[in-house]
Design a protein around this ligand. Structure first.
Ligand code: FE
Length: 344
């Protein structure tokens, strides 16, 4: 474990959970008795620090935060129970948020502000968590070898015309699990099993560990098409603007593109639930949403806020409006189905 100072006004504590680090802005101790809000976050520091600083500037309330892997933070919250310092838990993917909710780590927060800022399908029906940014998981293709007219749906990637041309991320990743859960929700288990089998039959290579590897494989000619989260595409194009790679909005004539969220909830044992609720509402506000979207090339969850220029340039698209709690509810079925169909 290492203790390091990030900036002069920030104290960073080392903690038990792996490489997690705790930051407290100009605060003398972690468990301060004031009205500060403590956040455990699997979102990286550079994605949350600007938001927390803006919140503190607006409200005067300090935010202390600890970053680490989502799974480790969930285990930590479970172990700490009623003694936790965390008032809020923040992570990516509805599958993870749902899991934290299923472990009784959140309390219900359903305020008029959250309801008016964030559409219902991006919030837990019981108010346990709220989506704060949207990422779309859609088709990416090599523009030298594929014409957009050839593309249509997630299910189409299971047809024979893509034999040996498809690259996919591993089924172990929650992003894949959530996408397959959405297919089960829309098409049922039997049809989804057929789709997943078709994908596996069409694979050009063993599933990749990362979305960035899927795109590298497409660029190297190993495969022609794949599925990625939009912000990974944005990062690659930023570094390599002439790469022959584009995204295609899947399922526009049917169910819409599978979207997922990063989000947060107020912890069950929050000592400052009021402050955490205030922070959650502030994060859903137009001001915070504009910052949130631009930090990681994501889409604002607040539909009244415009996307930033880079993201807007990819064009508008129809989103799948399945309530994202389904990504958790159907996850076990999805995992089983992928195992049976040999999706590694
Ligand atoms: Fe990611």
């Amino acid at each position: 474990m290492s203790i390091k100072t990030l900036v002069s006004s920030t104290i960073v504590f080392s903690v038990l959970a792996g490489s997690a680090t705790m930051s407290a802005q100009a605060s003398s101790s972690f468990n301060s008795q004031d009205d500060s809000v403590t956040v455990y976050s699997s979102r990286k520091e550079h994605l949350i620090k600007p938001l927390f600083e803006a919140f503190t500037k607006d409200t005067g309330t300090k935010v202390e935060y600890l970053t680490g892997k989502g799974g480790a933070l969930i285990e930590r919250l479970k172990l700490e129970g009623a003694n936790t310092k965390a008032d809020m838990f923040m992570t990516v993917d509805a599958g993870n948020l749902w899991y934290a909710g299923s472990q009784d780590l959140f309390q219900s927060v359903q305020t008029e502000t959250l309801k008016s800022n964030i559409p219902a399908y991006l919030r837990d029906p019981q108010g346990l968590w709220t989506g704060l940014s949207i990422r779309a998981r859609t088709i990416v293709y090599n523009t030298d070898r594929v014409k957009p007219e050839e593309l249509s749906t997630y299910a189409d990637l299971a047809t024979d015309k893509w034999k040996g041309k498809l690259c996919l991320r591993t089924s172990k990743k929650v992003y894949t699990k959530s996408l397959v859960s959405s297919l089960i929700y829309h098409h049922g288990k039997d049809k989804t099993a057929d789709i997943v089998k078709g994908w596996v039959d069409n694979l050009a290579a063993t599933p990749n560990a990362k979305d960035s590897h899927v795109m590298s494989a497409i660029l190297s000619g190993q495969c022609d098409v794949g599925l990625v989260n939009t912000y990974y595409f944005g990062r690659l194009i930023e570094k390599n603007p002439t790469a022959p790679l584009k995204i295609f909005w899947a399922n526009q004539d049917t169910t819409g593109v599978h979207v997922n969220v990063s989000g947060a909830g107020v912890t069950k044992h929050a000592s400052n639930a009021k402050g955490a609720t205030q922070l959650l509402e502030w994060l859903s506000s137009a001001k915070a949403q504009a910052i949130y979207g631009s930090l990681n090339k994501e889409y604002p969850a607040n539909q009244n806020v415009a996307s930033d220029d880079v993201v807007s340039a990819w064009g508008s698209f129809k989103q799948d409006d399945m309530n994202l709690s389904q990504a958790g509810i159907l996850q076990a079925d999805g995992v089983k189905l992928m195992q049976i169909q040999g999706y590694r």
